[in-house]
Write a protein that binds this ligand. Structure first.
Ligand SMILES: [Zn+2]
Length: 283
């Protein structure tokens, strides 16, 4: 089975050791040796993360033309999954109240599918995308506003947004706590965020270990519910709902096994991808 896309790390990337992004501990144990990169297990909290990591100035060079090719060829599939995730957390039921309280921000908006869809539902929208050709595509072909660069460079005033979405992004960033803190700052009181990331405590990760499709060079952090839940909570958010889905990837099992396994993964929380619906206190 194919892994999800990963840009091949350039040999010239500068690497640096880091401390655990979840608990700050520096001691680790070896976990998965993936050749080009090493996944370590934090001795403090059990979080899995790459250590050492490429420095950010080199890391962002990965997200260029070939990343655009990957995003454009998968945009419909990714968009469908994003809609399913939003439906799972009852989005249409709480959408109206938020729509009047601020704008929608999609961080890592790729080619802008979700932004265009939300705009069509009456939202004021804004995207952030580090991959220049993907962002340009969204701006020119879909007419949606996209800031090109990392979120920390975007000049948005605090309390600009009532809903922030970031799907398959937090595992790519070197400092997930900083990302969450900035999202918190950008939300209005009472605002919400939807966070989607691979679940390393899911069935597929447990079965396939370092051959798991989400164990790739671009994923610096491999979260489980406990680790991600911890940094979300410590940022100040309350967790409204969590959900996992995807029992086994298509191609790994016949349909009569895949279908019930997918249902069970969702029910019991061992799905391959997890979603957190979180809330900032306030009215
Ligand atoms: Zn830790």
């Amino acid at each position: 089975m194919e892994k999800t896309y990963s840009s091949v790390p350039a040999g010239a990337e500068r690497m640096a050791p880091i401390v655990c992004p979840v608990c700050g501990e520096s001691k680790t144990s070896p976990y998965w040796d993936c050749g080009d990169f090493l996944i370590k297990k934090c001795r403090g909290c059990g979080h899995l993360y790459q250590n050492p990591q490429p420095v950010f100035g080199d890391l962002k060079n990965r997200y260029q033309d070939s990343y655009f090719d990957y995003e454009i060829s998968n945009e419909e599939a990714f968009f469908r999954l994003m809609l399913l995730g939003l439906e799972d957390v009852g989005f249409p039921e709480w959408e109206e109240k938020l729509k009047t309280a601020g704008a929608f921000l999609d961080i890592g908006c790729a080619t802008g599918c979700l932004l265009a869809s939300m705009q069509g539902r009456g939202w004021k929208v804004q995207g952030v995308e580090i991959c220049d050709p993907s962002a340009q595509y969204g701006i020119k072909k879909r007419g949606v506003p996209v800031f090109i660069g990392p979120l920390e460079d975007a000049p948005f005033p605090p309390a600009s947004f009532s809903l922030v979405h970031f799907s398959h992004l937090i595992e790519h960033v070197p400092d997930p706590r900083r990302l969450l803190a900035r999202v918190y700052e950008l939300l209005v009181p009472g605002g919400a965020a939807i966070i989607v990331t691979p679940n390393r405590a899911g069935f597929q990760a447990r079965l396939l270990k370092k051959k798991w499709r989400s164990c790739i060079a671009d994923h610096l952090n491999l979260f489980d519910k406990k680790g991600l839940g911890r940094i979300i909570g410590e940022t100040g958010f309350s967790i409204v709902k969590t959900q996992t889905w995807g029992g086994i990837a298509a191609g790994l099992a016949p349909a009569f096994i895949k279908k019930p396994l997918d249902r069970m993964a969702k029910k019991f929380g061992f799905g391959d991808v997890m979603l957190f619906h979180v809330h900032k206190a306030g009215t």
